[in-house]
Design a binder for this molecule. Structure first.
Ligand code: PEP
Ligand code: MG
Length: 326
């Protein structure tokens, strides 16, 4: 079976009716790039930059410098050989704590994390933005901001990005002045009030891991409530499908980079919602591609619209299973 799948490495991900789908890889470190290419990824849809900051043996108390970060980002960009690399700015807190920082939130999942933390530490954030910009001189780079909930957060992030560009110009360092900027949609408020973001952004990426956590009020790392963590909850499907539809209407690309994107049991459901860009762990990519190659959107579309009107979890689960078997 694995041998059969590996034959699909270079096969374009196109549905039976001829729609092209983009399959991207999630990576944690530049060393993950060979596995991404090996699985046939056409780019990196999520580089979780916090892994450069976590578990730094011997440097646990220090954050990586701008130059150290630049080296890692450039390494990933070079390894991907001209394919786009989406670098997410530091997403720390809650399930991803940093040794170098004292985390004192009463409730880390709802505390000063991700973009909130970065905006509270502008010098650290500027160093990361400069490092990412410098990497963009070596190949196509996109910038992804995690955990947005408020319009002013993106406004402040964009204004810091302008500041980082001015600093690099002054220092005579090269970067791509048109580097696209997107945001993770992973807080329900962001999905529900999406019009306030689409005007400000070049692309969206849905983080279903956190979107499910915050929609259902289920800690994604808590085993006691793991049985309630349901990607097929109608509220989750509603937020996901409106995000995809609103992005399409606004003419900006939408990807899903949470675990749902890498689950072949859900590929057709996501296709039926209109998703055309999936980013996942490289190990899932060929299984998802196989689903895509066997899918016909003219059949999946109407069936998915019926699923989105359902309210009974058991009926939804059954219909999603039938969608896959169809
Ligand atoms: C997500 O929340 O779905 C996501 C992709 O990001 P992370 O798992 O790193 O929070
Ligand atoms: Mg997340």
């Amino acid at each position: 079976e694995r041998k059969k799948l590996s034959k699909l490495r270079k096969t374009p991900a196109v549905t039976r009716d001829g729609t092209e789908i983009t399959l991207l890889a999630n990576i944690e470190l530049p060393d993950d790039c060979p596995a991404a290419l090996d699985a046939g990824a056409t780019g990196v849809g999520l580089f979780r930059s916090e892994f450069l900051f976590m578990g730094r043996v011997g440097h646990a108390k220090h954050l990586p410098t701008e130059d150290e970060q630049f080296e890692s980002y450039r390494q990933a960009v070079t390894a991907m050989k001209g394919r786009p690399v989406t670098i997410r700015t530091l997403d720390i807190g809650a399930d991803k704590p940093l040794d170098a920082i004292e985390h004192t939130s009463l409730n880390p999942a709802l505390g000063l994390r991700a973009i909130r933390f970065c905006l509270a530490e502008p010098q650290m954030f500027l160093a990361q933005l400069r490092a990412i910009l410098r990497a963009s001189a070596h190949g196509p780079v996109k910038l992804l901001i995690p955990m947005l909930a408020h319009a002013f957060e993106i406004d402040q992030a964009l204004s810091l990005l302008e500041q980082a560009k001015a600093q690099l110009r002054e220092a005579g360092k090269k970067f791509d002045p048109l580097m696209p900027v997107g945001a993770m949609i992973e807080i329900p408020a962001a999905a529900l009030a999406l019009p306030m973001f689409v005007k400000r952004l070049d692309f969206l990426s849905v983080g279903t891991n956190d979107l499910i956590q915050y929609t259902l009020a289920i800690d994604r790392a808590d085993h006691e409530v793991a049985h309630l963590y349901n990607p097929l909850h109608p509220a989750v499907l509603y937020l996901l499908s409106t995000t995809i539809a609103t992005g399409a209407k606004a003419g900006i690309p939408v990807s899903v980079c949470g675990e749902m994107a890498g689950d072949p049991k859900l590929t057709r459901l996501l296709l039926g919602m209109g998703l055309r860009e999936f980013s996942m762990h490289p190990s899932q990519l060929l299984m998802v591609k196989q689903e895509i190659l066997n899918s016909d959107l003219s059949d999946i579309g109407p069936r998915t619209r019926r699923i989105l009107k359902m309210s009974e979890p058991a009926a939804i689960a059954e219909a999603v299973e039938e969608l896959r078997a169809a």
